[in-house]
Design a binder for this molecule. Sequence first.
Ligand SMILES: *[C@@H]1O[C@H](CO)[C@@H](O)[C@H](O)[C@H]1NC(C)=O
Ligand SMILES: *[C@@H]1O[C@H](CO)[C@@H](O)[C@H](O)[C@H]1NC(C)=O
Ligand SMILES: *[C@@H]1O[C@H](CO)[C@@H](O)[C@H](O)[C@H]1NC(C)=O
Ligand SMILES: *[C@@H]1O[C@H](CO)[C@@H](O)[C@H](O)[C@H]1NC(C)=O
Length: 268
Amino acid sequence: MDSKVSSLLFIAILCLLSSTSTAFNITKILAQYPEFASFNDLLAQSGLAQEINGRETITVLALDNGSIDGLSGRPVDIAKRILSAHVILDYYDQIKLSKLQKASTIVTTLFQASGIADDRQGFLNVSKTAEGIKFGSAMKGAPLVASLVKSVYAQPYNISVLQVSEPIEAPGIENMAPPPPPAAVPKKAPAPAPAAKTPSKAPAPSKVEPSPPTESPTKGPVAADVPAASPLADVPLADEVPAKAASSQMHVGGAVVVVGLLACMVGF
Ligand SMILES: *[C@@H]1O[C@H](CO)[C@@H](O)[C@H](O)[C@H]1NC(C)=O
Ligand SMILES: *[C@@H]1O[C@H](CO)[C@@H](O)[C@H](O)[C@H]1NC(C)=O
Ligand SMILES: *[C@@H]1O[C@H](CO)[C@@H](O)[C@H](O)[C@H]1NC(C)=O
Ligand SMILES: *[C@@H]1O[C@H](CO)[C@@H](O)[C@H](O)[C@H]1NC(C)=O
């Protein structure tokens, strides 16, 4: 291997290594605000903090101690589902929200990326109203339950933390069938008892792949608002790049360099 290739290889490896470090630490950010202590605890307990830290462009809708009561009493997997629908896979700070052109916008959440979301449970409706910005589940007929209270923290354009007034619970999110066994949701053990909560949920295997939101039987213009590529694109890529790098053996030095540099450019 000549020195040019090995120095490129060195850069590529450095880049791959540094790409695994995270841009921010949500636990640390929220620790500065005692009123979000319970919310912060729940993020850590449910493993969502780690998932948030693994992203580069994200908005967290935070609940203060006073408004999270209804969630802290729930089983942790239910709380996780609900809270993951408070994490928007895009950057929205107060300025960006105030500049929204449309009366309402549909945004994709981390719950959609879990692959277990049904219909439009994984999306939020962000609406401009006379009383300010409001958030609700994007499920048909779901109310805009939460109001924007204030901006808590912003690191443009990577992470924004916005306080909202109420938990946003998508209809049916609590009574869903247990998630499919594949590694979509890291679980300590396979669900012990397949408690038949929802008898109608028989075709579980079909839920392994996150279904594109455009399939949902909703009004045309609405579906067009959904960022079509993001739900799918956000999930697999993160694992894909390291996997590729691992499978190409070191004897194909050039390939490793290319993959490394590509990963670097893509930002992983
Ligand atoms: C912030 O996000 C951008 C992509 O939106 C990414 O390229 C950049 O590396 C991120 N910044 C940090 C410090 O990770
Ligand atoms: C994030 O910050 C918390 C609290 O400061 C710390 O315990 C945790 O190890 C940090 N996580 C990462 C990935 O750095
Ligand atoms: C919020 O609740 C946590 C316990 O859940 C507590 O440690 C923290 O001090 C509370 N913060 C405020 C501002 O009440
Ligand atoms: C968002 O919610 C409001 C109020 O329920 C509704 O009028 C609007 O059509 C919804 N927007 C979208 C894009 O679904």
